[in-house]
Design a protein around this ligand. Structure first.
Ligand code: K2U
Ligand code: ZN
Length: 174
């Protein structure tokens, strides 16, 4: 199946607010979804992407924990946080579904995540720094939560209004 760059949904969209279904079995379709999501993420460009952002309501996220070494594309199926640190980190987050909008979000500085890999194995890993922020941002997407949900109502409303305007302009081909 050829790789596909899938369109990324823009907020507000009901599919970005719905909780996603766990993946019940590793199928060729799930594998193709993971590869397409990585392709779509690199094209954006981004360092993370969640399946609902491409309209697939399944608990699948992709990340590329680019450190100093070579790229490390990851596909995490049914990811869950099993531990999070007391200390928090504030990071100016963005979102591929809320383009050009950034705001400070506070999250646990380190998390332990467990997930099913495309290799059929259960994986466990500690994430810190930007990767902790990214993996929590992506897992939030699977629960229908966006980074703007951590902001005050006025800032969230302002960003939502901007996105509604952007979508109207895109619809008119501007
Ligand atoms: O889920 C997404 O929308 C992709 C997000 C992931 C992310 C958000 C906040 C902080 C870290 C990751 C981003 O748009 S990916 C773009 C990006 C690139 C480098 C650093 C931070 C964000
Ligand atoms: Zn996002």
């Amino acid at each position: 199946m050829p790789l596909m760059i899938r369109p990324i949904l823009i907020h507000p969209d009901p599919r970005l607010k719905k909780p996603c279904e766990p993946v019940s079995a590793l199928t060729p379709e799930i594998e193709a979804l993971g590869r397409d999501m990585l392709e779509t993420m690199y094209d954006a460009p981004g360092i993370g992407l969640a399946a609902p952002q491409v309209g697939v309501m399944k608990r699948v996220i992709v990340m590329d924990c680019i450190k100093d070494g070579p790229p490390e594309p990851m596909v995490l199926i049914n990811p869950s946080v099993t531990w999070s640190s007391e200390d928090q980190n504030t990071y100016e987050e963005g979102c591929l579904s809320i383009p050009e909008q950034y705001a400070d979000v506070k999250r646990p500085a380190a998390v332990k995540v467990t997930w099913l890999g495309l290799d059929g194995e259960i994986h466990d890993r500690d994430f810190a720094g930007l990767w902790a922020t990214c993996v929590q941002h992506e897992i939030d997407h699977l629960d229908g939560k966006l980074f703007i949900d951590y902001l005050g109502p006025l800032k969230r409303q302002m960003i939502t209004r901007k996105m509604e305007k952007l979508k109207r302009e895109r619809a008119r081909g501007i």
